[in-house]
Design a protein around this ligand. Structure first.
Ligand SMILES: [Zn+2]
Length: 399
């Protein structure tokens, strides 16, 4: 038996009043997913436990079968895993964004949480410079990708309040600096970094100069039981996104890097399909994560979101199902987003998402003729899973 999860990040949405109250999923032409929805289980699942932030980390942790309430310790520890930084029990990891500020009436405003999506090579030079000045016996900076880097504070504090920089674009940073236990140390690092970066020659030539660092998403090491120990099968994760790769590493899954997997509309879909089918020759499980619908949603573009969903259907779901049908007599498949990213709010929402659970055998036992893969039809089916992390049990053990 082979098991496959295909996840379209942020696909789910709210009804659009200007489009007959249809959602982007309902407006998209998705014959492959509609066929699975007609011949499998269709329902709604809550991937974000009540009271938790609707991040992709929390949501993908749920879908992978781990209760976020029990296992989630912050975003940065997962990113640490993804770049191979091992955390000791005394370490607290912080996500370190390179950001751009603008000055207004003597106050610093968050202008760009990504320093103009800085190129990795440029970012590495800047992190190297910051390391030279700021690394200390208890503080270490690690370079990552583009604007996303890591700081580890040994014997540090984790239970302070920090704010994601992408949530405060255009606002004065003073209102959102870290607060609580140990926050002074973190604020002092951010202040020192700002001074260093202001003096830095390589930075002055940039159109979008790196004005500072923003430390957030902190937490201690995440400890997950291995997927193999939990479910008795080994498998792989395919994603362009560090967070999802990090979760895969933490779960003891093999992380496959596909050349040209960008996370955007131009991602290498065909490469992902080949990699997924190849991975099943070695393990029994594969998790395929596609970021493009989420990116389109953050941009607020309905056209791009529809294109991302239709590409997901025709260039990921359809060929994977065809490949599975060709190669294997028996397989089970789950298709879903991790969370909604509604166009109306251009950020993640915690609402339940529509899922399809499909078994090659008994295909018609769960099905219903007159439905499609939409939020509305999923709600109408009456099937509701409140603890998203139990969905994996359903996939592996049967339904
Ligand atoms: Zn997501």
């Amino acid at each position: 038996m082979k098991y496959v999860v295909i996840l379209g990040d942020g696909m789910a949405d709210y009804p659009l009043p200007e489009r007959d109250n249809k959602t982007p999923l309902a407006l998209s032409h998705t014959p492959a997913m509609d066929r699975l929805a007609r011949n499998g289980e269709l329902g709604l699942v809550r991937t974000i436990p009540e009271g938790m932030d609707p991040g992709s980390d929390v949501a993908n942790l749920s879908v992978l079968g781990y209760d976020p309430k029990r296992f989630y310790s912050g975003r940065a520890p997962i990113e640490a895993a993804s770049i191979g930084v091992e955390l000791s029990p005394a370490d607290v990891a912080f996500r370190c964004n390179l950001v751009t500020f603008r000055e207004q009436n003597g106050r610093f405003i968050m202008d760009d949480y990504s320093a103009g999506h800085i190129a990795t090579a440029d970012a590495r030079l800047i992190i190297k410079e910051l390391k030279r000045h700021l690394d200390a016996p208890d503080v270490t900076f690690y370079p990552g990708v583009s604007y996303r880097h890591l700081m580890v504070w040994n014997n540090g504090c984790a239970d302070m309040k920090t704010t994601p920089p992408h949530d405060i674009t255009g606002r004065p940073i003073a209102d959102y600096l870290p607060q609580g236990n140990g926050a002074e140390t973190i604020r002092a690092l951010m202040e020192r970094a700002r001074e260093i970066l202001a003096e830095l020659e390589i930075n002055r030539q940039r159109a979008c100069p790196v004005g500072g660092i923003w430390l957030w998403g902190q937490g201690r090491a995440i400890k997950l039981p291995r997927f193999k120990d939990k479910y008795g099968i080994s498998g792989s994760v395919i994603s362009a996104v560090d967070l999802v790769k990090g979760l895969g590493i933490c779960a003891g899954l093999r992380v496959i890097n596909v050349p040209g997997a960008t996370g955007y509309l131009d991602t290498n879909y065909e490469g992902k399909v080949c990699a997924a089918l190849d991975a099943l020759a070695e393990g029994d499980f594969v998790y395929v994560h596609v970021e493009a619908p989420d990116e389109a949603s953050h941009k607020g573009s309905l056209d791009e979101k529809i294109r991302a969903i239709e590409d997901f259907d025709s260039r990921i779901v359809a060929p994977i199902v065809a490949g599975l049908e060709q190669r294997y007599e028996e397989f089970r498949l789950m298709v879903l987003p991790d969370h909604p990213t509604p166009l109306a709010i251009r950020t993640h929402a915690p609402d339940p998402v529509p899922f399809i659970m499909y078994a090659s055998r008994d295909a018609s036992r769960h099905g219903a003729r007159d439905r499609a893969y939409t939020e509305q039809d999923a709600a109408q089916s009456g099937l509701f899973i409140n603890s998203g992390w139990q969905l994996m049990d359903r996939l592996i053990q049967g339904f």
